[in-house]
Write a new protein. Structure first.
Length: 126
């Protein structure tokens, strides 16, 4: 049986631009990760449901892109806080009346990441 080749591990920090309070996650990934796997891991780490599509820049090559029509998280928070805003009631229906930008349960994120890793076999350890 051949010896396994050691992998490099990258530490990534993902920050939501313009958020207040600052919203960010730091996590470790192997250097062999695919862009699709990274995207899925980032969705789990940020608590997103694949409705926040980031743009990746790898060696000056752009992947994905900013969406023209989907409002940003900061815009959603501002609308949510402005009772008079015409879209306020729609957001309350979609997210409930307790949207809290500071709410974060690391155990939920870690569970989601463990479940994702378990579904992808030993070779995709996180």
């Amino acid at each position: 049986m051949p010896a396994s080749i050691p992998q490099s591990i990258y530490q990534l920090k993902v920050t939501l631009n313009g958020s207040g309070p600052p919203i960010w996650r730091r996590f470790l990934v192997p250097n062999s990760i695919s862009l699709h796997q990274l995207h899925t891991i980032m969705q789990i780490a940020m608590g997103w449901t694949n409705s926040h599509l980031p743009q990746y820049i790898i060696e000056a090559e752009y992947y994905g892109g900013p969406e023209e029509e989907v409002e940003g998280y900061c815009d959603i928070l501002e609308i949510f806080r402005t009772l008079e805003h015409p879209e306020h009631n729609d957001l309350v229906k979609e997210f409930g009346d307790d949207l809290d930008p500071e709410f974060f349960v690391i155990e939920d994120v870690n569970l989601g990441l463990r479940q994702y890793a378990a579904g992808h076999g030993r070779n995709s350890r996180l």
